[in-house]
Ligand binder design. Structure first.
Ligand code: NAP
Length: 528
């Protein structure tokens, strides 16, 4: 279908956020369409179809909670659904809510230009153009992958693939010599899936990453029968810091003896999951607490790896909680197989790619296939690639050279009527993204309804409101350990100031602020 016409809302992206946007805005009577570059819906779950891809938040929480009927009809098969099941869920939702005819697939937005004279975005795509009163960038924060720009890669005669733009056709690893570059959440999953299938797997690790047992297990329909309705559950999530039903610690580390603290961590070791990052109320701000948890996990790694040189290569140097941990099931056992080799790039730096493989300072590793799991152009990547410009010719991210300047992560000055659900300055990548998307899109839908009721054509946050939200972001992240160490969530400015891009005050506080602004009659916004 070629894109044409005028819409109330154009949503960019048909991932889990974009699909809910289409449903929500249609329900309130708006003419809406979602433009999606991929050949199908699903967003990250469409593109990240690499071997072993699986969600790392409990699926019963990482689900939509806007429909009792959907919750009743859909059952997950495992605690953490694998990527194919997530795409089945996406297709199920598209079918159940009749969203297919509102999705323009295989179409890339190349420009979205705001014009104040007709109060519309003029949107150009690879497949036609249109106008829209509102632009909703449901493009996600981890969307555009980093491109590998390694010396000599062009000369490599084998095949290479990107984890976050995985080919639709099968990429065979069996019986081949395979290299994986990168050992974050993605690389860890790939190593587990490919180890043992490949003739030999070489794992190129620049920095060791914290992992924690996933403790994945099958789920029965009984396991996931909810006692609360969808709307009740949404309120439950809105009162939680991470928008997932992980226990929320109330006591600081200093309340525990070391024996008690270890017992708490052992219990979490047995149940597995991301909650290891939230065992003590002050774990994200108290270096002593973070170091204690880090020491516990480091010792567990040493206990699982027989060769202590290999174990030391796998011990992260920074405190646990800085980067998002990777969940694993047999990562360390895989790395100890005879047909798997860890290449520690700290000990033998990468020199170049050659026709036959990868050369480090220690020698040449000959491989047939290279898998890059090197991460994303986080936060700004997809916003920049959509070519959003205002009347002054600026891009939204031009205003963020020293860290994001948004109201609630949702709106940016100079870009009226543009919304970025779960954008930089919202909890974004540190809280459950489906729950956040539902909340943010409801808030945006209510705001559009308010503007329409009052005959307003454009909405923009005030300078004061943006300043206040940026200050609030700095305040709540001041003591954050995550902010003090390099990772993709931190923007380091030339003068050394370090900005934590996600809002670190927790989803509960974020919800309260969004609601305060709406209930106060949107004093923080300027309507025209
Ligand atoms: P990532 O955390 O940014 O990890 C990228 C990896 O590539 C790191 O090990 C990095 O090393 C390495 N790397 C980057 N450039 C390199 C280079 N030039 N040479 C050698 N190594 C290089 O990316 P990710 O693993 O894709 O994960 C990103 C986020 O996606 C996660 O935090 C998580 O939120 C999400 N994710 C979720 C799931 C899930 O739900 N199961 C799965 C995958 C990802 P350094 O550490 O030294 O930079």
């Amino acid at each position: 279908m070629t894109l044409t016409g005028d819409y109330d809302v154009v949503v960019v992206g048909a991932g889990l956020g974009g699909l809910y946007a289409v449903h929500r805005f249609s329900q309130q009577g708006l003419r809406v369409v979602a433009i999606e570059g991929a050949g199908g819906p699903g967003g990250v779950w469409y593109h990240n179809r690499y071997p072993g891809a699986r969600v790392d938040v409990d699926s019963i929480d990482y689900s939509y909670h806007f429909s009792d009927e959907l919750m009743r009809k859909w059952n997950w098969t495992e605690r953490y659904a694998a990527q194919p099941e997530l795409l089945q869920y996406v297709d199920f939702v598209v079918g159940m809510f009749g969203l297919a005819d509102k999705l323009i697939l295989g179409t890339w937005v190349t420009e979205a230009r705001w014009d104040g004279t007709d109060a519309r975005y003029h949107i150009t795509t690879s497949n036609g153009s249109c106008t829209a009163r509102y632009l909703v960038m449901a493009t996600g924060n981890l969307t555009v992958g980093k491109r590998p720009d390694f010396k000599g890669l062009d000369s490599f005669r084998g095949r290479w693939a990107l984890s976050n733009d995985w080919p639709l056709e099968e990429v065979s690893v069996e019986g081949r010599r395979v290299a994986v570059i990168g050992t974050g959440s993605t690389g860890t999953q790939i190593v587990e899936a490919v180890g043992g299938l490949a003739e030999h797997l070489y794992v190129f690790q620049r920095s060791a990453h914290y992992t924690f047992p996933a403790r994945n297990h099958p789920l029965t329909p009984e396991d996931q029968r909810e006692t609360q309705s969808a709307s009740e559950l949404r309120e439950v999530f809105c009162a939680l810091p991470g928008a997932t039903r992980m226990p929320v610690p109330t006591r600081p580390f200093s309340d525990y003896t070391l024996e008690e603290a270890t017992a708490v961590l052992e219990k979490q070791w047995d149940s597995g999951g991301q909650a290891i990052m939230f065992q003590f109320a002050d774990q994200s701000r108290n270096t002593e607490a973070a170091e204690y948890v880090s020491g516990f996990v480091r010792d567990k790694i040493r206990g699982r790896v027989a060769d202590q040189d290999l174990a030391e290569s796998l011990i992260p140097s920074y405190p646990l909680g800085v980067k998002r941990i990777a969940l694993e099931s047999h990562f360390y056992e895989t790395l100890q197989r005879d047909d798997v080799t860890l290449v520690n790039l700290k000990k033998e730096p990468l020199v170049e790619f050659t026709e036959t493989g990868i050369r480090t300072e220690a020698g040449l590793y000959e491989v047939d296939l290279i898998i890059f799991a090197i991460g994303f152009v986080a936060f700004n990547g997809a916003l920049d690639s959509a070519g959003i410009v205002n009347e002054a010719g600026e891009r939204p991210t031009d205003k963020w050279s020293r860290g994001p300047r948004t109201l609630l992560g949702l709106m940016t000055r100079g870009f009226p009527n543009m919304f970025v659900p779960t954008g930089p300055g919202s909890p974004s990548v540190i809280a459950n993204l489906i729950v956040q998307n539902e909340f943010a899109l409801d808030w945006i839908g209510d705001l559009i309804a308010y503007a329409d009721r009052n005959g307003y054509r454009s909405i923009e946050p005030t300078e004061e409101a943006v300043d206040a939200w940026v200050d609030e972001g700095h305040k709540v992240s001041e003591k954050s350990i995550r902010r003090l160490h390099d990772n993709y969530m931190v923007k380091v400015n030339d003068d050394g100031t370090r900005i934590l891009i996600p809002y670190a005050g927790g989803f509960r506080a974020y919800v309260a602020e969004c609601r305060r602004i709406a209930e106060g009659g949107y004093q923080e916004l300027r309507f025209r």
